[in-house]
Design a protein around this ligand. Sequence first.
Ligand SMILES: Cc1cc2nc3c(=O)[nH]c(=O)nc-3n(C[C@H](O)[C@H](O)[C@H](O)COP(=O)(O)OP(=O)(O)OC[C@H]3O[C@@H](n4cnc5c(N)ncnc54)[C@H](O)[C@@H]3O)c2cc1C
Length: 379
Amino acid sequence: MLSLRDKRDCCGCGACAQRCPAKCIRMTEDAEGFRYPVADADACTGCGLCERICPGLHPSAPHDPLRLFAARNRDEAARAAGSSGGVFSLLARRTLREGGVVFGAAFVPTWGGVSHRRAEKEEELQPLLKSKYVQSDTDGCYAEAAALLREGRRVLFSGTPCQIAGLHAFLRGERPERLLTVECLCHGVPSPAVWRRYTEETAGGRRILGVDFRDKSRSGWRRYDFTVRTDGGERRVPAREDLYMRAFLAELTLRPSCYACPFKSGRSGSDITLADFWNIRNVLPAFDDDRGASLVLLNTPQGVRHFEEADAECRPLPWDDRVRGRNGGFLERVEPHPRREEFFRELPRAASVTELLKRTVKPTPGQRLVRKFRRLIAR
Ligand SMILES: Cc1cc2nc3c(=O)[nH]c(=O)nc-3n(C[C@H](O)[C@H](O)[C@H](O)COP(=O)(O)OP(=O)(O)OC[C@H]3O[C@@H](n4cnc5c(N)ncnc54)[C@H](O)[C@@H]3O)c2cc1C
């Protein structure tokens, strides 16, 4: 029976729960708001499959990408609809045109959480676009994808590296030709409970109509805004001034396993990795218009073929530190915020998560000084 010795070993992909032949594992939220597998001892047959397939317990070897590109969608509206260069939608639309099915992360109807779902038509794709900085629940999607593959359908499965590793674990190493896996580079996923409470508090009883963590429509891609639309109007703030985003970027609210992530550097087994090309200004300034640029890592021959056929506007790149530079997601792992433990200890009894975030991510005098200096030289 599955026994978790250390929470850092479980990324919450849910492969064990979806694969369990006795259906005795349920993904259950802990006090920090992250889902973990809990097995029903009476129903467990002791087959051990859950531990044998767990991707966190059996990490793969790292490897460099086969090829690397700076890329963007040629369609400006599609690029605007993506967090970086809109390359995900290019790959996804191609899959749909060929009669395939696309899996990805979408907000739940209340906007208070994120969950994986499938798209079979163009209009179902829109909710999967853009980064949502909340851990997504893969729900029954691995089993659904496997069933579609068995029927002979094409499947594009997208998600964080741990979710891609989870799918490959679920499929037990089988790599059907019809499957394309696309991961977004990820430095960590924040707690669903923190997001749920934060949205409830900031909406203040108004009905949420839309959330955009990466709104580049007004301030551009580099200085993106965080925007929430409600029936009472729109709240748009520079992302670095929003408390939830500041906590995410300061590595305060991430899942414990993210600080020990074993899926970086090609270890997830994904065919393609999509990232923001933050260092483009120094590496390829002529390709930078601040409307979004992706860094695309092609990890397998399957990934190379699909990307070439998708016809993105792209430039080849070498795999060096200038390309990896200024992108935390490439580092082996992020360090937890020094007050992470204290934050999550207080969370269950905190009357307001907004106040708790405010107290915890308040900049130190040193950080305030650096900010003041940056503002001065930006003038
Ligand atoms: C939690 C998270 C952390 C990230 N951290 C980094 C980073 O440190 N550095 C970096 O360069 N890029 C990071 N990214 C990736 C980046 O923000 C873009 O998603 C990526 O470059 C693809 O952009 P796009 O314009 O091609 O497509 P988009 O339309 O922006 O991307 C949509 C894709 O993202 C997936 N997705 C969105 N939200 C989630 C979620 N919560 N869980 C799983 N999958 C999700 C969708 O399934 C879809 O595949 C992160 C993304 C997420 C979700």
